[in-house]
Design a protein around this ligand. Structure first.
Ligand code: HEM
Length: 495
């Protein structure tokens, strides 16, 4: 029996057992009133109606027909999709305790990562400890302030790299350049070391590994359909994930090992020192092994999201030359002649900030927030069963024409009006909401704005290969995050 037939047979048996048990249960209980949704086939559910390569858009289309709270079935798993700001608020805040457990794909369980993962573990004392160190020892204003000169060095290196391309009139793969800059900004903020040089083998290694982790996390995997399949890892996803994790963990391990060997550690001098000091405390909830898994999560969650935001922002501006001019003009007016930029200068750049917000509205790096209900809850008169997957469609809300005028246009100006437009109740929550809101916001805010400002202050840009701005390909590629389908290639033309 070949592999596919084996998988189909197992799926079939599982579905038969599942259907049998649910119909037996139904005899004794009142059928729960699930949110409405498209009719589905037994066994495969609504899979044929869903485009998994662009799930947020595909769910958004279905929601237009079935409403802002809808049920779809992915195989046999009930999935409730939320696409309105009010319902999202009710889901993430009011029903927090029942819904703030993240849906954990089987693949991420490699090396038991889910047991020490701030991204995936349930809200618990250990998760609280992870969040506490994120808030106080990694992303506090004081910490980020003291490491800003290191990140400024990284921006100077980015300028030097772009100057070379400028001299040669060569197109730059923007995603590649922004990725290396974020990678080194992060490694310097945490460990005071560089991880890679531009266009180097090590930069490619990190990009490949992070992208493989994201692809593996988003791929449909039969092991997510029940513990019987999970035990066998039939598609090998967990096995592959283990090898990606090992590459990253080996690097963190050697850095931690080296730091521990130091005879005379200068305690508290960078994030790693202060975290190691924390693990040595008598009643510390975290061990050195936990730190390894924390760094794994921070690099996985923070690298692609931050660098792709800068790529999308530059792409949006190159596609809209008027907006590009306006952003550059603001930078010329506000920054000093040398273009040296401190984190506090961001506050003086309202148009640049609006450009970033508009980018996050159109292309949120976390387009679907995925949770699992740990208890049955009621939302707007509908019952969300226990163990359902709950998806909050951030992308859908960002493109909803009942919330935004001309939702598909790049109009940063819409964010200049109103005093506080990062409010969730207007359907804008690119960093999530509730207890699981992104802890990396202060880092991402600084790095995205200063990098974009650096690109635009020091260079003019033109699209590579004679591309016209009107003809730019802005297709999105969904793999947990939302990348640019066709990488942006642009030439830095003059200083
Ligand atoms: C533009 C950049 C970024 C965006 C748009 C973004 C967005 C998000 C979103 C939507 C979530 C899920 C929140 C929820 O479920 O409610 C999240 C979680 C998370 N993010 Fe970010 N993020 C960014 C950058 C970063 C950075 C730079 C880091 C760290 C270096 C980071 C670390 C994390 C972690 C650890 C979580 C999981 C938190 C938890 O489950 O408790 N992110 N982020």
């Amino acid at each position: 029996m070949d592999y596919m037939k084996f998988i189909l047979l197992i799926s079939f048996l599982y579905a038969v057992i599942h259907i049998l048990f649910s119909s037996l249960n139904r005899k004794n209980t009142k059928s729960p009133k699930l949110p409405p949704g498209p009719p589905c086939y037994p066994l495969i559910g609504n899979i044929l109606q869903l485009d998994t390569s662009n799930l947020p858009q595909s769910l958004s289309k279905l929601s237009q027909k079935y409403g802002p709270i809808m049920t779809v079935k992915v195989g046999t798993i009930k999935t409730v999709v939320i696409s309105s700001p009010t319902l999202a608020k009710e889901t993430l805040h009011k029903n927090g305790p029942a819904l703030n457990t993240r849906f954990t794909p089987d693949s991420v369980k490699a090396l038991s990562h889910e047991e020490a993962s701030v991204l995936y573990m349930a809200v618990s004392p250990k998760w609280n400890a992870f969040r506490k160190v994120c808030g106080t020892k990694i992303f506090s204003s004081q910490n980020l302030h003291s490491s800003q000169s290191l990140r400024r060095e990284k921006l100077k290196e980015l300028i030097l790299h772009l100057k070379e391309n400028c001299r040669e009139g060569k197109g730059v793969d923007i995603a590649d350049a922004t990725f290396t800059t974020v990678l080194n900004s992060m490694s310097n903020t945490f460990f005071s070391v560089d991880f890679a040089r531009y266009c180097s083998v090590s930069s490619k290694k990190f990009r490949d590994v992070i992208s493989s982790v994201l692809v593996e996390t988003s791929k449909p995997n039969i092991a997510d359909y029940g513990s019987i399949f999970s035990r066998f890892d039939p598609q090998g996803a967990r096995r592959r994930m283990r090898s990606y994790y090992q590459v990253l963990l080996a690097d963190f391990e050697s850095i931690i090992e080296e730091r521990l060997q130091k005879k005379d550690p200068i305690e508290g001098s960078d994030v790693l020192d202060s975290l190691l000091e924390y693990t040595r405390k008598e009643k510390s909830e975290l061990t050195c092994n936990d730190l390894l898994h924390l760094f794994l999560d921070l690099f996985i969650a923070g690298l692609d999201s931050t660098s792709s935001t800068v790529e999308w922002a530059l792409a949006g501006l190159l596609q809209n030359p008027e907006k590009l001019k306006k952003t550059m003009k603001e930078l010329q007016q506000v920054l000093s002649k040398d273009g040296e930029l401190t984190d506090s200068d961001i506050n003086k750049l309202p148009y640049l900030q609006a450009v970033v917000k508009e980018t996050l509205r159109l292309h949120p790096p976390g387009p679907l927030l995925a949770y699992k209900s740990v208890a049955e809850v009621e939302i707007c008169g509908f019952r969300l069963p226990k163990d359902a997957t709950v998806l909050v469609n951030v992308w859908g809300m960002g493109h909803d024409s009942s919330i935004w005028t001309d939702p598909n246009l790049f109009l940063p100006e819409r964010f200049l009006e109103g005093e506080d437009n990062l409010r969730e109740d207007i359907g804008f929550n690119p960093f999530g909401a509730g207890r699981r809101i992104c802890p990396g916001v202060p880092f991402a805010h600084r790095v995205v704005h200063t990098m974009l400002a650096t690109l635009l202050y020091h260079f003019d840009w033109k699209l590579a290969d004679g591309q016209k701005s009107e003809a730019m390909d802005m297709t999105e590629k969904f793999m947990v995050t939302l990348s640019k389908g066709k990488p942006l290639m642009a030439i830095p033309v003059k200083e």
